[in-house]
Design a protein around this ligand. Structure first.
Ligand SMILES: Cc1cc2nc3c(=O)[nH]c(=O)nc-3n(C[C@H](O)[C@H](O)[C@H](O)COP(=O)(O)OP(=O)(O)OC[C@H]3O[C@@H](n4cnc5c(N)ncnc54)[C@H](O)[C@@H]3O)c2cc1C
Length: 408
């Protein structure tokens, strides 16, 4: 029996939607033969009725910009409450914020107009949902509760109905049901930290700079938003995060200002506070028979480097390249040999980044002892070395490593 769809993507988060679009645009799979399921499909972006502000924001790299351009969603994202950031300013709690020991990465020094943009999760999702709809990708409400391997397809239970697809993509986030149903195990490390996020205003202008202070027991980032506001990501031990979540706005502002060493003067809370428990997660394998994992379903990294969604978009683009090549040479895109190519490519890149971020957290953000001290002393050295800075920034912008077509 012929499968109902070539590909079923589970999860209409940014990574699932981008995967579906790139499978149509880059791999050449007919859009009407791709279905995306989610418990609730996001509405397409409508400039006359913008969604409420989402506290969950992402720093998107240059590689992500290229991928989102290829997906036909970039213009909507860039014009909707997003802001470019031109500089990164990083310093350790032991040194003053504006002294010579702070590490500053400037887009102009690298010959770039900016280092990326800060955009809301809901804007990304809505822009991608609109692009997918325009293309003719099928978007369907439905929770996936069962998965069964057949000889030439995978059968999914989606809400009340069964659907068969030649390939299933698990883009259903950190708690991925597809991963579990496909029997793929994960290694998971609890950071013992929670990230508090909120929108704030500051007495001094943010200068289109992403600010980050390593605290000794965590990290605090101020990301520049449109309209002069900033989005904070404050990753600290969970017990302290709980206290701050329930503190009065004035107590919260005072603690925030202190942890930020008043780098931008007085801080005022402008929104609710939201929390995200932090862990590191890596799927033992990204694939099983006719199933591939992308985005947080495959890997979750600490947010201190702002890389989770950026890595997921590279997964989406890489999977489109691999499946596209298989189709062009007349091979079965669900064959293990084909999916294994995707896994080898993305797992090595993601493991490398995840390990580096973990080392930043252990040595710079929370480190104590001799090795941490050496790493912390090394920060100003990186700042003075043009080569080290360039290598660092190219990685952060997603411009090194093996790049998929859409990211070039
Ligand atoms: C505090 C914080 C700050 C961050 N900052 C950045 C940053 O600056 N830059 C960056 O690149 N990344 C950042 N990240 C990481 C980023 O949030 C994630 O990597 C990204 O959201 C993952 O997207 P996704 O599409 O893979 O998963 P998700 O966004 O989790 O989407 C999964 C989707 O699957 C659906 N789903 C789940 N189960 C089912 C099911 N059984 N059936 C149907 N649908 C299902 C869900 O409803 C959801 O819509 C940050 C993360 C945190 C916690």
């Amino acid at each position: 029996m012929k499968p109902d769809y070539d590909v079923a993507v589970v999860g209409a988060g940014p990574i699932g939607l981008a995967t579906a679009i790139l499978l149509a645009k880059v791999a050449g799979i007919p859009a009407a033969s791709i279905i995306v399921y989610d418990r609730r499909i996001p509405d397409a972006l409508d400039p006359r009725h913008l969604p409420p502000v989402d506290l969950r924001v992402f720093a998107l790299s240059r590689a992500s910009e290229k991928i989102l351009r290829a997906a036909g969603a970039w213009d909507d994202i860039a014009r909707t409450r997003s802001a470019p950031y031109e500089r990164m300013h990083v310093w350790h709690a032991d040194v003053p914020p504006h002294g010579g020991d702070a590490l500053v990465f400037d887009a102009a020094e690298m010959g770039e107009r900016d280092l990326g943009i800060i955009a809301e999760n809901i804007v990304l999702q809505a822009a991608l949902a609109g692009a997918a709809r325009r293309l003719g990708v099928v978007l369907a409400d439905g929770e996936i509760t069962a998965l069964e391997h057949e000889r030439d397809a995978v059968r999914l239970r989606a809400g009340e109905r069964d659907v068969r697809a030649r390939v299933v993509v698990g883009a259903d986030g950190a708690q991925s049901r597809v991963r579990e149903l496909a029997g793929l195990s994960v290694s998971r490390t609890d950071y013992g930290q929670t990230a508090l996020v909120a929108t704030v205003s500051t007495a001094k202008a943010h200068q289109h700079t992403a600010w980050q202070r390593f605290l000794g027991d965590g990290t605090l980032a101020f990301l520049p938003l449109a309209g002069g506001h900033s989005s904070i990501v404050w990753s600290i031990p969970t017990a302290r995060a709980q206290q701050l979540l329930h503190a009065t706005p004035e107590e919260f502002e005072r603690a925030l200002e202190k942890d930020f060493d008043s780098a931008l003067g007085r801080v005022k809370l402008e929104s609710e506070r939201a929390q995200f428990p932090l862990w590191r997660l890596a799927a033992s394998q990204y694939i099983s028979t006719r199933v591939a994992l992308v985005g947080d379903a495959a890997h979750v990294v600490h947010p201190l480097a702002g890389q989770g969604a950026n890595l997921g978009l590279l997964d989406a683009a890489a999977l489109a390249d691999v499946l596209g090549e298989a189709l062009r040479t007349g091979e079965d895109p669900g064959a293990e040999r084909i999916l294994r190519r995707y896994e080898r490519w993305r797992r090595s890149e993601n493991d490398l980044m995840s390990g580096a971020i973990d080392a930043f957290d252990r040595l710079l953000a929370r480190g104590s002892g001799r090795v941490a001290e050496i790493a912390q002393r090394g920060m100003p050295w990186v700042g003075r070395s043009t080569l080290a800075k360039r290598l660092f920034i190219e990685r952060a912008m997603g411009l090194s490593g093996e790049l998929p077509l859409a990211a070039r």
